[in-house]
Ligand binder design. Sequence first.
Ligand SMILES: [Zn+2]
Length: 301
Amino acid sequence: MTRILVLSTIIAAGVVSIAAAAYQAQPAGTRTIETEKLRDNLYVLKSSTPGDNATFSGGNVSVFITSSGVTLVDTKLAGWGQPLLDDIKKITDKPVTTVINTHTHADHTGNNNLFTGQVTFIAQENTKTNMEKMATFTGENARFLPSKTFTTTLTVGSGNDRIELHYYGAGHTNGDTWVYFPALRVLQTGDMFAWKDAPLCDRANGGSCVEFPKTIAKALAEIRNVDDVIPGHSPMMKLKDLQEYQRFNADFVAQALAAKQAGTSVDNASAAIGAALTRKYAGYQSTRVKAAVQVVYDESK
Ligand SMILES: [Zn+2]
């Protein structure tokens, strides 16, 4: 029992340090974040390509201007706080009153600590638990943890300012919030739809590649009136892109489970699945297929 505990602690620590290295902030230079106006009262402070540390600012952030203030969804990566604040100021004079974190990762929660006024921080309850384990939210900074949580659904605001928050199950982590703006017919997915490639399933934070397609399917079944989709780390998408991503993930998991069943190695399975899926789904990449196949194999042990 003790050995298992020690081992899993070491594995968890390894995952944390890999994640920290990947998200390490670069020395300050001229940092700019591209802004896109999606609606009159909804802007996106756009993500850049993960992997290029000089330009990677963290995930897509939405700026929703309501009658009572600004609601921000996600806060990008630490080190990008000043351009983030500058861009919000260019859009509106209103203060940020609500911050929603779609999930725990540092590239979505990295600047919570800049919002020191009367701000309500909201996240799904599992995400709060995951954030409590992060060094950046200990001690004094614990006040930037979610002050309001929910289990499956939470409505924020009313009328045209209404936002619906939903949790449909595990995927990228075990606390991914789907943020729906009904009056605008816009859905923000966090990293439940980060890119057109295999998903990143963070098992240390309760993520599951096997559950991933089922979780997206639930979201699609329940949230009906959507035109535009704000993904985690890609340019703006449409509903049909999210529907396709669900099919991609269902195919991916079915093929990975079949390969596991057949005793195929992770390397061989990844090469075959990556080739088959990029042939079937136009515009998709396979750079993340191997890591995701490994997760499916680990999950189905
Ligand atoms: Zn993430």
